[in-house]
Design a protein around this ligand. Structure first.
Ligand code: PLP
Length: 290
């Protein structure tokens, strides 16, 4: 098994001994929410934003968090403290808890909190130097009116299907459209297009996760004075873009070199590079560290 630090309800347990009940509704129904925080120089990066989103996800499932923010913050720090590597990927999962074998959560009294830490993934240098490959998935993002993709829940089957499509085509990521044919996001990242110097990313109303990194990039664009908009984008916008990049907590700003079979002309493009550099300054900014 890979190197992990694992906790259940705050107690650290060896990975091969860590287990939860088969009657946990997180296991039975995907009835759970989660967050992934990364460290920078051993400090939590943007943990306040991640905690805010964890609250929002939990509220959307009518399962207000039973533990305080300070508990989560201290626990995330403790997870990293116990790690033997330099920078961590810290996942915290909150499930509805153990209950009866019944969809309704009335019998679930105590939420289960699982912590999983692993080394921060190192994406291939080549993906940043020459861009990664993405494909447009056949599987569609579930609509906001179903399980809203804005909820970071344990229910990722759509994304699982899409990432399998991507890997079958030798791609790093799959961009998903919604059922109306508008671009939404990738399986674990958000997507940005640049056309004629204007930066555009799918609007939240199309149904997608409000990525923490996406939020930083919108702030970066404003700070750099770049024209930037959240928009209703179609596949032709993707296919006509001058530059494309994807963003996430672990990837930062990753340029896209190939969309399906189309190679983009300049990778990384000048606007992508400017944004990536400014984002790296935000990563280094102690104001964003906890
Ligand atoms: C579906 C989805 N979209 C976007 C993102 C990127 O979000 P963030 O920048 O907060 O990591 C993720 C992260 O895992 C995700 O799962």
């Amino acid at each position: 098994m890979s190197d992990y630090v694992i906790s259940i309800n705050g107690e650290f347990i060896p990975p091969d001994k860590a287990s939860i009940s088969v009657l946990d509704h997180g296991f039975l129904f995907g009835d759970s929410v989660y967050e992934v925080v990364r460290t920078v120089h051993g400090k939590l990066f943007a943990a306040d934003r991640h905690l805010r989103r964890l609250h929002a996800s939990a509220a959307a499932l009518a399962m207000p968090l039973q533990r305080a923010d300070d508990w989560f913050l201290e626990h995330l720090k403790e997870m990293h403290k116990r790690a033997s590597w330099e920078e961590s990927y810290l996942r915290v999962i909150v499930t509805r808890g153990v209950g009866e074998l019944d969809l309704h959560p009335a019998s679930c009294a105590s939420q289960t909190v699982v912590g999983i830490a692993k080394p921060l993934p190192q994406w291939p240098h080549d993906s940043y130097a020459h861009g990664c490959k993405v494909v447009l998935a056949n599987v569609r993002r579930n609509p906001k009116q179903a399980t809203d993709p804005a909820i970071k829940s344990g229910n990722y089957l759509n994304n699982v299907l899409a990432i399998m499509e991507a890997r079958n085509e030798g791609a790093t990521e799959a961009i998903m459209m919604n059922v109306q044919g508008f671009l939404t996001e990738c399986t674990t990242s958000n997507v940005f297009l640049v056309k004629g110097g204007v930066v555009r990313t799918p609007a939240l109303r199309q149904g997608l996760l409000e990525g923490v990194t996406r939020g930083f990039i919108l702030e970066v664009c404003a700070r750099l004075g770049l024209a930037c908009e959240e928009a209703d984008l179609r596949d032709e916008d993707l296919h006509n873009a001058d530059e494309v990049f994807i963003t996430s907590t672990t990837r930062d700003v990753m340029p896209v070199g190939t969309v399906g079979e189309r190679k983009l002309p300049f990778v990384p493009g000048p606007v992508t590079l400017k944004i990536a550099n400014a984002y790296h300054e935000m990563l280094e900014d102690p104001a964003n560290h906890q």
